[in-house]
Every structure is written in C-alpha cells, then in structure tokens.
Design a protein around this ligand. Structure first.
Ligand SMILES: [Zn+2]
Length: 468
C-alpha cells in the first residue's frame, strides 16, 4: 500500500463521483501522472484533512503507523541511502509491529542529508523531472531538496487547511512580503501584483519604500498579510512610529518560516488590530504545523508526518520528524533542529488530537554558549527594547564571548547603547558572568538568499554543548 492508497483507505465520506474521478486518475502510469496538474492528490488530501478534524487519538495512531510503514517499505525498495542504512542494521520495514520497532532506525542528521544528496532520491525518477529546492537554513549547511508535484499538492492542501483556521480562503486579497520579487527577466523588483496578490520585496524596506508600501497596502485593502515575523515587525514598527494607517478588511496577519517571538506578535497585533497567526513548515517536508483558532500553541499535523521529541539538555527538546507526503525524497527520523520545551498530544483549546508544542524556542543555532558551556537561550526577544535599531545580529566564535552587531536607525544615540547594555545585563540575570557581549556598529546586515533572518552567526558546534 502506498501513501495515497492509505489516504484513500482512511477516507470514508468522499462522494461516489469524486472517487470515480480519482480512480480513473490512479490508472494512469506514475510517471505520466507525475506530469499532470496537482488535481487529484490535492483534492484527496483536502478531503481527508476535513474528515480528520474529529478523529480521536486511536485513529490518528493507526493512520500514522500505516503511513510510517508505507514510507519505510518504499524507502527500502527505492531509495539507495535507506536501503544501505536498513541493511547495515538488519532492519526489515515489512516486519515492523509498532513504533518501538520504528525507533530502531538511526536519526537522520542534516550533515548526512547534505553528504548523501541524490542518494536520498527515489532512484526510479529522473532528476530532471523533479523540482530542485536548495536550502541553507539557519545551520548554514546547504541541502538540495528534490520534490515532485505530489509533494506540492500535499503541501498546498495542508497549507489551505491550516490557514483556514485563521479565516484564510485561497484567492482572497492578500499581501505577501517576499524575499525576491521578479517578473520574467526582471529580478529584484520592489513589488509586483497578479490577481488578488500584492507581493512586496523584503529587500526594499528603506523608509522611502516602506512609506510607499504602507500606502499600497491601504489602497489594496487586503484580507490577509503574510510574511516572516522579522519583516512584519519592521513594517509594524514603521507604521506605529512613522506612518499610521488603517486596513478595514484585514482579518489576520500570518507569519511563517521563522519563530515568532512574543514581542513581535504583540507589536504586529497592536498595529494591525487583528489575530496574528503563525505557521510552521520546512522545505524537507518532515512536519508541518500551525496555530489553532483558540490558542497560540503550534499544532503539528498528524496526517502530514510523525513527530518525535528528542531530549536535550536543560529541558529542551528537538523535533524529530518523519514526513509522509514526499515519496520522491523522504525524510525519516530527521532531526529538524527546531527546539521546543513542552509537548502534549491533545490541544487544551480546540480539543484536536494533534501533537501540540509551545511556541518554538528557536533554532539550535540561535542559542549562545556561556564560558562553561552553558546554554543561553532566547536572547533575541530583548531586542524589543532597542527602538532605534534597524537590524541586529549576534556573532559567536568562542564560549563566553559574543559580539552584538547593530545597524543603527536615524534616531540612534549613545543613550541607546547604554540602554541596550543595561537590558542585556539585566536580562542575562544570573548568567551575566557567563558571557561577555560587546557591541559593534555596522552599516548593513546582509540578508541571505532565502531572506530569512539569522539571529546568530554561530561558529560553535551548539549540539556538542547540548550534550547530544
Ligand atoms: Zn488547538
């Protein structure tokens, strides 16, 4: 049984007509099917997502076990990397009886993915037929992720479902802040518009462009605004201090791709006056998540992947994910590098039997290391107290010492440096003697290709300090 057959098996309420159309689709050979539009896979995921809203823990567990087994059997048959790994530990997927058996598989590190590269891709598929998505993430280790249309179909169905909790309906007016806006051969445009989407470049956040962007957004009158929380916070701060504006039809502001900090959420909410909704996804497609209608807790969707939590030092836990939606390049027991503290298997707010975690604490490499090797978590929220800071980044090369690079805004004075030093000291509290942070000014902090903000340039191997 493959991934889609399992989806079909767990789908009970789909209409006869829908099933007929899907069954015709199934008779088309895989490689031709692969070239067709997202259609049936997208429809089937959408239907299953809807049906599963009221599933209890037992049904989710059965579904997850069936999908885990599917992906393992497929990996053993068609993926050279897993075939080799499984044979080394004498592991036979078709014989697994429970999740304990599954946990005999070694964890997959990003370094291993980088090294194995196309050895992790389904050997039956020609690489040129796949989409290549390079990613560097905050760890800086580059990965080349391959995916096919089925992966995109699944992702779009889950995205629609999760954002639906924020009142989002695809096709309504939305503004997106995007790392690279291009049109044909024109690259790095400040903005573009097609249909009901207004896309604004995050490489154009100068005061002049911000002023134009705010007017454009107000005239466009969107229902939703989406962007990285770091960018949304910059825009919110500009609107609050320089250019008040109203957006009458706005229903939500959606943040994704980076961890959202409380100060960012509060600032965005204050300025836009609507719910700030955070979504969690990764190019590797190991897990996906989003908040619910009632709480800010991140719900990892059990239909998308199987999540485990690996204990780290000081009560932190790393999310380990096994994705169900990518057969062309599966990630099995993948250490995501995303760190949380609390997890439970039911949401106290909405009652869904999803794995819920407290808001993500950050990427592993966002931590600083004290002089005795202690972990210094979440320095970043303190930056909220620095009103005239345009950009900032911590840089660490040795335990116990770090540099805070600051790109100053127009109103920055020595008084701000004093405030920053004071706040760093008081927030470090008892860890004050563990690390010495010096401040240096630079004109501009360059964004990586992805546009994602890295809070810390960490040259130390943080994992070795987390005793893992
Ligand atoms: Zn919930």
């Amino acid at each position: 049984m493959n991934v889609q057959e399992t989806v079909k098996k767990f789908l009970r309420k789909s209409s006869v007509l829908e099933n007929m159309a899907l069954n015709v689709y199934e008779t088309i050979p895989y490689d031709i099917r692969n070239k067709l539009l997202l259609g049936p896979a997208f429809v089937r995921w959408t239907m299953l997502l809807k049906e599963s809203e009221n599933w209890g823990p037992g049904r989710f567990r059965d579904y997850q076990f069936a999908q885990v087994k599917n992906i393992l059997v497929h990996a053993a048959e068609n993926i050279p990397y897993y075939r080799k790994t499984f044979s080394e530990i004498d592991f036979h997927p078709e014989k697994i009886k429970d999740f304990d058996d599954f946990r005999k598989i070694p964890l997959l590190l990003r370094e291993e993915v980088s090294k194995s590269s196309v050895g992790m891709v389904d050997e039956r598929l020609p690489l040129k037929a796949l989409l290549l998505k390079p990613t560097s993430g905050s760890s800086g280790i580059p990965l080349r992720i391959y995916r096919d249309r089925a992966v995109d179909a699944a992702f779009l169905a889950f995205r629609k479902n999760i954002l639906g909790r924020a009142g989002y309906i695809p096709g309504v007016r939305e503004v997106m802040f995007w790392p690279m806006v291009s049109s044909g051969s024109h690259l790095s445009l400040p903005y573009t518009r097609f249909g009901n989407k207004l896309i604004l470049s995050i490489r154009h956040l100068s005061p002049q462009w911000l002023s134009r962007f705010v007017k454009m957004i107000a005239d466009f009158n969107p229902e939703h605004i989406m962007g990285f929380p770091s960018v949304l916070a910059v825009v919110s701060s500009y609107i609050k201090h320089e250019n008040p504006a109203v957006f009458p039809k706005l229903k939500s502001v959606i943040s994704y791709a980076e961890n959202i900090f409380d100060w960012q959420r509060n600032l965005i909410k204050e300025v836009f006056g609507v719910r700030v909704f955070s979504m969690y996804a990764m190019t590797e497609q190991a897990v996906i998540g989003g908040e619910c209608e009632q709480t800010h807790k991140m719900h990892l969707h059990p239909l998308f992947g199987y999540a485990e939590f690996m204990g780290l030092a000081d009560g932190y836990k790393e999310i380990v994910g096994t994705g169900f939606t990518s057969q062309c390049m599966p990630f099995i027991r993948y250490r995501t590098g995303d760190v949380v503290t609390e997890s439970s298997d039911v949401c106290p707010g909405c009652g869904r039997c999803h794995m819920v975690v407290d808001s993500l604490q950050g990427r592993i490499n966002d931590f600083l290391i004290g002089k005795s090797g202690e972990i210094i978590p979440r320095l970043m929220p303190w930056i909220k107290t620095f009103p005239n800071v345009r950009q900032f980044r911590f840089h660490q090369e040795e335990p116990g010492r770090a540099v805070l690079f600051i790109s100053r805004g127009e109103g920055y004075t020595d008084r701000n440096t004093e405030e920053i030093t004071f706040w760093l000291d008081s927030m470090l509290g008892i860890m004050r003697d563990s690390i010495s942070i010096t401040i240096e000014f630079i004109d501009q902090i360059t964004l990586p290709e992805s546009g994602k903000t890295r809070m810390v340039t960490q040259k130390l191997d943080v994992r070795s300090f987390l005793k893992i």
